[in-house]
Ligand binder design. Structure first.
Ligand code: NOJ
Length: 714
């Protein structure tokens, strides 16, 4: 039977109550409760934790309901289910779309083998405020990187056929602008101009919808005062009408009920009617169940039919009408060797070398001290790792195994959040007995993720004190940071000879960190978010709009600079520029920052032509040579600067990137095709335009070390 035929036949046979049942996904921890809900007509449930339990629920749906419609089984598979990959922010640091796709495909295969058909991932919220704990779940501050990696993740989850035994439906979330809550406080207000909405926050959603994402989740926040769950302009006019999105819009957990505290609904019936009327297709939490059937008359029946048709079409695409069951004998419960190898490589590729004076890679030391809370901890999985048995090893155990001939001492000195610094003295005493110290520091997983905003982004507890105490010993040392967000490191970074950011790397984090420390893998990742100098600088991101008074030097807090007027002494003009009096310019480490163990020489960038029409594509190429004696990885980044536009353009905008491995002495050509998408922007009235004029294309290994070529658009 064709999809439309089956969907229409079912729709014609359904009662209003059966229709409404299809439009809800309900949390029920116990499968007995879930089975009862399905008997009552609920069309989607959360995963009941095993293939056998999922089959039992599907059997209830198929055999015990009037129309026998199978259920969608949802789960937040965010960075793996049984085998845990690095957190998405870490995956972004790898600047490697094929890797993101492979990781998503692995997650999909594991999840679907247990009966999961629907994940609530990827998160493509552009995130420019590291106080917000959910930066860990997305791909950072950049529009292009987020769009490209979000699309790669969707391809990985969904493959080319959703009915395949290793495919699941993806959900792009949280639509839209959830990544910019006021003050970085989760769930808080978002007020964003149409210009920024179009050019920044909507753009990755547009890309993943074009990639075929099966569903989109509405965000908890308001946009210009209107909660997204009740925002017809965003859910229907932009997403469905303008972009032609044919999948399902799912609400976030209790997002419809939350319309009451938001202050836009007088009661639950009003909230439900507004949400479905605005374009929501599936409510998450079960709010409609609490309504009087008479209340449902407020909802336009045609709108309900459209929502039901979307749900049924997804069930059909997943092949559930033909076979809703999975084979429990093939459920993938433990990571396979291949899965472990993949996430190990991913964790290594996600590492970013913030600085290095040559301390890294380590040469096998005779006596090494591991200190800091991550020395023995196994908390490497990161936010959104649900308790399905995943676990990771410790760096101490891994290192002992790799250095059987060395004396490995382990003195953590303190816990993550400890206020008691007394153990630092033991770490210092142990350091004096060693040739090398590794400080394994960071944020535990619980400090990032949902509802985990922080107002202070320094290392928690007394960890900074530990780093400074180790620096004071004069013994060579390196710092490894595991974290789910950018940290403020200003108070100690100058004292540390080498700093490696390993994020929360997943199941094989410890192995991968040791691979990188000893140079078996190159830490060539790049920062997907700027690291601020202080919390007072936030929001800080590289692609900020140009101002009328750009600063060229940082402020200095002296009475002289504070008092000076236009006619006063010193650099009078510099006083009236956009900066802080008490802070240098720019972040501590910019977006795109990172190096590696090898060294590279970049040739002169070349353009295939110096003038193009707005619809043409120009090719930008650059020769890159590995000038070192080791194999290494280089990430080439291309940024556009629109010199004059009708709207104040961002200072730079990433438009292309590529990561490649080069052998010692090897020269390779990186070539990028840049066309309309790279040169244009969304103007008023939702028109995408390329304006004639001068552009500069900046290309290089990091944002701050680029070379420019000029291009004119006719
Ligand atoms: C709330 C979160 O905001 C969302 O990302 C998640 O998918 C749902 N809960 C379901 O767990």
């Amino acid at each position: 039977m064709s999809t439309t035929h089956r969907v229409h036949a079912l729709l014609a046979a359904m009662t209003p109550a059966e229709k409404l049942g299809q439009l809800q996904i309900v949390f029920r921890p116990s499968s007995t409760d879930a089975a009862q809900l399905i008997r009552e007509g609920i069309g989607s449930v959360f995963w009941p934790r095993s293939a056998a339990a999922t089959n039992a629920l599907q059997r209830v749906a198929v055999e015990e309901t009037r129309l026998g419609i199978p259920v969608l089984v949802g789960l937040d598979v965010i960075h793996g289910q049984r085998t845990i990959a690095p957190v998405p922010l870490a995956q972004a640091a790898a600047f490697d779309p094929p890797l993101v796709r492979e990781l998503a495909a692995l997650a999909a295969a594991e999840a679907r083998s247990g009966g999961v058909t629907w994940t609530f991932s990827p998160m493509v919220d552009v995130s420019r405020d590291p106080r917000w704990g959910r930066v860990v779940e997305g791909f950072g501050e950049d529009v292009h990187l987020t769009a490209v990696l979000g699309s790669a993740m969707v391809r990985g989850y969904q493959g080319t056929d959703l009915s395949a035994p290793d495919a699941i439906a993806a959900t792009a979330k949280h639509y839209v602008a959830y990544g910019q809550p006021e003050g970085g406080r989760d769930y808080n207000t978002v007020d964003v101009s149409e210009h920024r909405l179009r050019n920044v926050y909507l753009e990755p959603f547009r890309a993943v919808v074009a990639e075929g994402a099966a569903s989109v989740m509405a965000a908890f926040n308001t946009v210009a005062g209107r909660p997204v769950h009740a925002n017809r302009h965003l859910l229907t006019e932009v997403l469905k009408d303008e972009w032609g999105f044919a999948g399902i819009v799912v609400g976030d957990a209790d997002g419809v009920r939350n319309l009451l505290p938001h202050g836009v609904a007088e009661d639950l019936a009003h909230a439900v009617a507004q949400a479905f009327g605005a374009g929501l297709d599936v409510e998450m939490g079960g709010a409609p169940r609490d309504l009087d059937p008479a209340d449902l008359e407020r909802i336009d029946p045609a709108r309900l039919d459209d929502a039901v048709a979307r749900v049924l079409a997804l069930k059909e695409a997943l092949g559930l009408f033909d076979d809703p069951y999975v084979d429990p004998a093939r459920e993938r419960i433990e990571p396979t060797d291949a899965a472990r190898a993949l996430v190990r490589r991913a964790a290594a590729r996600s590492c970013v070398l913030l600085k290095n004076d040559g301390t890294l890679p380590l040469r096998a030391p005779a006596r090494i001290l591991l200190t800091g809370p991550y020395a023995e901890s196994t908390d490497h999985l990161g936010a959104w790792t649900q308790s399905f048995g995943a676990h990771a090893g410790s760096i101490a155990d891994e290192l002992r195994g790799r250095l059987p001939d060395a004396e490995v001492s382990v003195v953590p000195g303190l816990g993550f959040l400890d206020d008691d610094a007394s153990g630092i003295a033991d770490a210092v005493a142990a350091a004096h007995e060693c040739d090398l110290v590794l400080v394994l520091a960071g944020e535990p997983s619980a400090l990032s993720g949902e509802a985990a905003s922080r107002s202070d982004l320094r290392l928690p507890g007394r960890q900074e004190q530990l780093i400074r105490a180790i620096a004071g010993t004069g013994i060579p040392f390196g710092v490894v940071l595991e974290t789910g967000r950018p940290l403020v490191v200003a108070d100690w970074i100058d004292e540390a000879p080498a700093v490696l950011v390993a994020w929360h790397g997943g199941t094989e984090a410890a192995t991968a960190i040791v691979d990188v420390l000893f140079g078996d893998e190159d830490p060539a990742g790049r920062l997907p978010m700027s690291w601020p100098r202080s919390v007072g600088q936030i929001p800080i991101h590289y692609a900020h709009e140009r101002t009328g008074r750009p600063a060229s030097t940082g402020g200095t807090l002296t009475t002289e600079t504070a008092d000076v007027g236009l006619d006063g002494p010193g650099n009078v003009h510099e006083k009236y520029t956009s900066k802080y009096l008490d802070l240098g310019l720019g972040p501590q480490f910019a977006f795109g920052h990172g190096s590696g163990y090898a060294t590279f020489a970049h040739g002169e960038p070349r353009l295939s032509g110096s003038e193009v029409s707005p619809d043409e594509t120009v090719s930008l190429s650059i020769d890159v040579t590995n000038t070192s004696a080791r194999r290494g990885e280089e990430v080439v980044q291309v940024y556009v600067e629109d010199v004059v536009a009708s709207i104040a353009p961002p200072v730079r905008r990433l438009v292309a990137f590529e990561r490649r491995t080069l052998d010692p002495g090897e020269t390779t050509v990186f070539a990028f095709g840049l066309g309309r998408e790279a040169l244009g922007f969304w103007a008023a009235d939702a028109a995408f335009i390329v304006e004639p004029g001068l552009f500069r294309l900046h290309v290089g290994p990091t944002l701050t070390s680029t070379q420019a070529v000029e291009l004119r658009v006719r």
